[in-house]
Design a protein around this ligand. Sequence first.
Ligand code: ADP
Ligand code: ASP
Ligand code: MG
Length: 495
Amino acid sequence: MPRLCVMKFGGTSVGDAACIARAAAIVQSTASDGSVVVVVSAMSGVTNRLIDAARHAEAGDAEFATKLVAELRHQHSKALGTLVRDARRAAEVDKSLSHVLAELERLLQGTALLRELTPRALDAISGMGERLSTPLLAAALNELGVSSVPVSATDVIVTDPHHGRAEPLMEPTRERAAKCLHPLLKKGVVPVVTGFIGATLERVPTTLGRGGSDYSATILGAALGAQETVIWTDVDGVKTADPKLVPEARTIDEISYNEAAELAYFGAKVLHPNTLRPVTAAGVPVWIRNSFAPEKPGTKITARGSSNGGGVKALTAIRGVTLITVGGPGIVGLPDVLARSFAATASLRTNVLFVSQSSSQNDICFVISSSDEKRTVEALRHAFAPEIAEQTVEHVSSNSRIAIVAVVGENMHGIPGIAGRTFSALGREGINIIAIAQGSSEYNISLVVEADAMQRAMLTLHREFRLHEAASAAREPHTASRPPKRISEPASLRK
Ligand code: ADP
Ligand code: ASP
Ligand code: MG
């Protein structure tokens, strides 16, 4: 089998006809000397609009659904008209768009009629954007003479039934990927697979969580034994901080799986938090590259990463989170308070991002996603009902006006003073630290700060650790697979 590369294009990278043409040119260039499997997200903004329509339908608003379906038809047909000149091909794609849109309309109308939105229906609705973008990219490739077919990941990626945050079942996924994709690859056809979605063994559609197309790419990469996965997005690579918060953030040449996973886990949207899981054991490199500047090499994520000589590699921040506190005078005497708290969060599959305990203040606190706040607080109050009645546990409270800021770097291990510099720098700026956690792995130091101070904290720490400066000359050379193919912008797209 020739060299296989899985390439994923994010929402902005397929945001309109010009972006889709650019993505197709990138795929064409790589497909000329190896096999390629493409994974695509929905056109940018579409998933949010689908979820919005589902919520309106739940409230009985069917008109919103009709309007959205018309808008999506217009948006995708317009892109199709620009991308595809061959009339027969255009008619075929148009038919598949109509089929998906009709299914979407039925799902939304059904939801509006019942005024009930089950997690299963929400998954079916929110995954429609990928089913609309996939045929467009496949058609654009065929226009360029690269034989391509759209493939629904519901036929390939098998997941557990946890709607909204499903996890892949790798063995059946491997089997289905081999059955469905290998024959195409053997014939030299480029499969364009829907990101974000999968299906249970019983073929019920699921989603891998928001931003999940990155995860789809590495799941397929691992299932097919690809030599590399490339995630094409709208930034030059993994940066020293989110450039939307810290404009002087610099692109990192090479970073380790552990560091990148830590960044993703603490909110660096450039990667879905689970993206690196499927490829870590096999040590398959993942590249993050800019589809709007394909001539740039991007960031390479490998087992070893590379040293920047300075300890701190990057910063990240996460909003939309809530600090939960279980507190009271009797907490110290309750040996199972942690076990009971986390049994409650685990039963809801609430993701706990941060934990801190202070015995002197008689409380434990942890941070979860704000979307899990209501049900988690209810579950905790239920779990501690007898102690709350006896006032051993005084309160289960929540504060959603907070953010987590994390300082990340593999080589922080053994370098003293990073925590001290972090606290001093924030102290000088008058930024109040609400809670602190440092993992024993020392990949990160995370701090809870007031949400309003988050950006200031990021700018301060970025400056403190001089992350805007080029990495040290001591950087080690790339070691894993060959460097990525430099792809230049197609002539038709140059301004
Ligand atoms: P896509 O649609 O391609 O999946 P996303 O919007 O999901 O793209 O992710 C890319 C965005 O991630 C960037 O535009 C950037 O604002 C954000 N981001 C957050 N942290 C980082 C970081 N450390 N490096 C690069 N981008 C980051
Ligand atoms: N379209 C999905 C989302 O917006 C998946 C993705 O973009 O990766 O969450
Ligand atoms: Mg994304």
